[in-house]
Design a protein around this ligand. Sequence first.
Ligand code: G6P
Length: 369
Amino acid sequence: EALEKGGYEHFMLKEIYEQPRAIHDSFRGRLNAKEGWVSLGGVKPYIKEIANADRIVIIACGTSWHAALVAEYYFEDLARIPVEVEYASEFRYRNPIIRKGDVVIAISQSGETADTLAALKMAKENGAFLFGIVNVVGSSISRITDSGSYTHAGPEIGVASTKAFTTQVTLLAMMAMMLGKERNTIAPKRFQKLLDEMEALPDKIETLLESNDYIETIAAQYKDATNALYLGRGTAFPIALEGALKLKEISYIHAEGYPAAEMKHGPIALIDENMPVFVIATEGENYEKVVSNIQEVKARKGKIIAIVTKGDTEVKAIADHTISIPSTDEVLVPILATIPFQLLSYHIAVMRGCNVDQPRNLAKSVTVE
Ligand code: G6P
């Protein structure tokens, strides 16, 4: 097992560090910035069918459901296709309306999650076109779907999903770009910028991983927290949910993710000097709004740990800690912003003596209902 961990103390840490390679593998041969194209083999033969879908319904569970939430922004923004995101377990039991003309995308690391599989079967019976975004080659979901694309993250052993998630998001961004191109809803300049930024991601992640020791020092200060709040807006909202899930899964600290603007409708009542608030405050359209959310937390003596874009000064001046990520297109921020949260959760869990790779009560693949 020590050999399999490749010198890392845990599979989770190894898998966090594998992300530059995993993401590279997930776009290799599928896009070329110099030549200006992106093409997923599983989408290409069905591009008309998917691009002209009445709507896309994305079903998933757990971390994969967070990737689905990010994809909702991608498909709507870049391809202007209406999207609904569903927990597989809710979708399958509520007599949903599915018709011919609907494209149902299932996202699953294992390809074996029982609820996701059952939801797909139901969608198939109702005439939907099924597309799978799966990591494990040959898995049940990859077999039942009409088409699909593998994430190529490689085996993920740690129960808490890391590289599987970032490669799912990478793949979904590529899919949205293809559909946007087909539907003429994405400006050529933006398309090219996204291609360039996608190719630059692995190096940017390498740079980001150099902050690991610094992130560990922040983790040390919050390891005894009993509650934590994660905030983000836009595509950073699902990353807040994922950050909170990662912390509760492996460190057993109660954590909630919230859209930053919703804080005033509840969570703000919980904020005092003992509440760490993790915020994604990267450059872009939502920046100033997030800054005011941070001020609201500070006014109540909450502790702010903010993910910012390299070079930021405004948030740095008011936050207790900032972690910088390299600048990139807003579409790709979720991929970079999620990595400091993975590392924070990892270090906090290790410091609390938790079984990081196999947290209590959790399974890597949930094949029962
Ligand atoms: C379990 C795992 C999670 C995973 C979820 C969905 O709860 O512990 O890490 O996100 O199942 O699994 P899937 O294989 O369908 O992505």
